[in-house]
Design a protein. Structure first.
Length: 321
């Protein structure tokens, strides 16, 4: 069911109840009270769809610990509280992280040689994933890839397939250099406003484009704006896509400088964080993303100094298998 239908049903119920109260069919006090509950319920349904963190409409990966130990698709780890990455969430104090579950007498497992990781990682170590939306977008994606190669770090790119069609060489470079390529959309649109057919066609087109370039289907999908409802989640499941949002969002597209992007990420980053950044500027592709690129090198250095291993989504799943 679409959230807009749920919203409309609650709001219509509120109007009917108010009308019944006005006509004397029920008491006015009861009509106002129940109408208010309906309005709040409808607003809550919409808020759950547009708020990126939460599982109200289906399993969503907001933290690395939400990824399944084996297999490609995201499910909560056994004994792990899902989406507990928001600062101050009491569940975070009682949940069992992937690191804690896998610590103990485990063998050291290094990143594959092709990854050129700067240091071997233990399964009990702490991990953070940097993710980038809306690319590829020259020259910023090019500069970002150069930086990541120099730092020997892998990230996850959620690509707009229309852009990927224009710059397939950048997508091929991403995969060749060990990064995870996920789908953002074929065309960057609010999926809450699309029909069932439009959603299905967009994901099918996007998957086909990325498969044609990389030789494999994308596993991970980030809904545009992070918006999703029952219908969106069902469409993603039908396309065998794992829905991934984030737990840290510096809002780097708002024109802030690199120092502010750096500060916002460092203030919120913790073990298991998925950080949302942008190397693209959908749909216009006019704004600069240089501030984001400039923030990445100091972010990598500072996070590594704090003991975090920076990984792509695929890389993390390989480590916890």
């Amino acid at each position: 069911m679409r959230v807009l239908c749920i919203l409309g049903a609650f709001y219509l119920a509120a109007l009917i109840l108010l009308w019944m109260g006005r006509c004397g069919k029920i008491s006015r006090k009861m009509a106002v009270l129940v109408s208010a509950v309906c309005l709040l319920a409808g607003s809550g349904a919409l808020a759950a769809a547009v708020y990126p963190i939460g599982n109200g409409y289906g399993k969503t990966v907001n933290r690395l610990t939400d990824l399944q130990v084996s297999g490609k698709h995201a499910l909560p780890l056994q004994g792990t509280a899902v989406n507990n990455g928001v600062t101050g969430n009491p569940a975070a104090k009682t949940s069992v992280t992937a690191s804690e579950r896998l610590s103990g007498p485990v063998a050291q497992k290094s990143v594959p040689e092709s990854g050129e990781s700067s240091s071997p990682a233990m399964l009990s170590d702490r991990f953070i994933a940097l993710t980038f939306d809306d690319g590829p977008y020259p020259p910023y994606t090019d500069r970002l890839l150069d930086l990541l190669k120099a730092k020997k770090i892998h990230v996850t790119f959620f690509l707009v397939a229309e852009q990927a069609q224009q710059y397939p060489e950048l997508v091929r470079r991403m995969t060749a250099e060990g990064h995870t390529v996920g789908l953002h959309a074929f065309r960057h649109r609010d999926f809450l406003k699309l029909t069932e057919e439009e959603k299905r066609k967009d994901l099918e087109q996007g998957k086909a484009v990325l498969h044609a370039i990389t030789g494999k289907d994308p596993v991970y999908w980030r809904p545009p704006h992070g918006f999703r409802d029952f219908s969106v989640m069902e469409t993603a499941a039908a396309q065998n896509l794992t829905v991934v949002n984030w737990s840290v969002i510096p809002r780097d597209w708002t024109g802030i400088d690199s120092q502010e992007i750096y500060r916002r990420v460092m203030d919120k980053a913790e073990d298991g964080s998925i950080v949302l950044l942008h190397d693209g500027d959908s749909p216009g592709y006019k704004a600069s993303r240089q501030a984001t690129v400039d923030a990445v090198a100091p972010l990598i250095d500072s996070l590594q100094e704090k003991g975090y291993h920076l990984v792509s989504l695929e890389e993390y799943q390989e480590k916890i298998r």
